[in-house]
Design a protein around this ligand. Structure first.
Ligand code: COA
Ligand code: ZN
Length: 317
């Protein structure tokens, strides 16, 4: 692969969790399952399904316990769930979770607003959660949100991001995911963050990126991550999702836009574009809004034949 691109990439689907958590239009459990079933059919094998957080904080995901018990198993799919504290861990384990994600940020102001704790106290809250996960053989990821900028405090020093990442890794988090929560990042920041994490001793295969396309830089940032050799990227089918603290924020990088880029670059990922568009159309229909993604609007295009693909998947609005 040119430029040190990885030969294969993991697409970590966050639509059912990050994509839906701030949606005001309430969706029932059956609709969420319909979305997840379509994602599985599209070939996605890591699907962040829901959050075991306070139902008062995130009413849309209040059905986490019921949803988890009904997830389709048997295709080797990993379904991580968000867990903020031991209470969430106990609920997740009771519902059969085998993969979890804890979440903090690079700035105290954001962490306080999001989970009512400073970064330091969030790490203390995760200590028993990650220890329990290790004891049970549960797969673990840890998010460092606001790694590229904070809606409250602005610029984030990369040293601070690395410090939080390393402390999470020390607590046992297997994967560290750096989040551009408000979509302000640019490729030079990606290169700097990757380099600093590697210099600090975090192996490349434990690093993932989570981009929002708020200012149109998400795919450019993915390309920067690929050039660095990073091989796990988050995306949301349909490009749903947005941060409640970032007014006017667009959603996550759309899975269909990521798949299109990776296909064109010849990087393996195991996901079919048509299937993702099917899931994307399904969820945007349920949310009663047009598909926000570029490929969702234009359809795919096969450079070898010079023909448009997935035309039938186009939304007509
Ligand atoms: N699941 C369900 N309920 C929970 C819970 C969990 N994991 N953790 C706490 N609660 C309940 C408590 O029992 C309490 O309920 P009550 O008011 O009926 O007594 C209430 O939530 C408040 O709990 P408290 O311990 O005082 O914490 P808090 O009010 O500071 O809230 C969090 C802390 C972490 C529970 C809350 O901020 C939260 O769930 N945040 C999630 C934010 C999120 O998901 N953001 C998007 C992801 S980036
Ligand atoms: Zn996000």
């Amino acid at each position: 692969m040119p430029n040190g691109f990885p030969a294969r990439v993991r697409i970590y689907e966050v639509g059912p969790r990050d994509g839906l958590q701030n949606e005001a239009h309430p969706l029932d459990t059956d609709t969420k399952l319909g979305y997840i079933e379509r994602l599985v059919a599209a070939g996605l094998r890591e699907i962040e399904a829901t959050s075991f957080v306070s139902p008062r904080a995130i009413p849309q995901l209040a059905d986490a316990d019921a949803l988890l018990l009904r997830l389709p198993h048997g295709d080797g799919v990993r379904y991580p769930v968000l867990v903020p504290n031991m209470r969430g861990m106990e609920r997740a384990i009771s519902a059969g979770a085998t993969a979890i994600a804890v979440f903090t940020a690079a700035s105290d102001a954001f962490t306080e607003a999001n989970i009512g704790m400073s970064v330091d106290s969030s790490l203390e809250a995760f200590r028993p959660v990650l220890a329990e996960a290790a004891r049970r053989g549960v797969w673990t990821r840890a998010y460092v949100s606001t790694a590229f900028g904070c809606p409250f405090t602005g610029r984030i020093e990369p040293e601070r991001v690395v410090d939080v990442s390393l402390r999470l890794a020390d607590l046992g988090a297997q994967e560290i995911c750096l989040g551009d929560t408000i979509g302000v990042g640019v490729p030079s920041q990606v290169h700097e963050l990757t380099a600093r994490h590697i210099d600090a001793g975090l192996p490349l295969d434990r690093l993932a990126y989570h981009f929002h396309d708020t200012r149109g830089t998400a795919l450019a940032n993915v390309l920067a991550g690929l050039e660095d050799g990073v091989s796990c990227f988050d995306a949301s089918a349909g490009g749903t999702g947005g941060c409640p603290y970032a007014p006017g924020a667009a959603g996550n990088l759309a899975t269909e836009d990521l798949v299109y880029l990776l296909d064109g670059l010849g990087i393996e990922h195991g996901v079919q574009l048509g299937g993702v568009l099917e899931a994307a159309r399904f969820i945007s229909g349920a949310l009663r809004r047009p598909l926000a993604s570029k490929v969702g609007q234009a359809g795919g295009w096969d450079p070898s034949t010079g023909r448009a693909t997935d035309r039938e998947a186009r939304q007509r609005w």
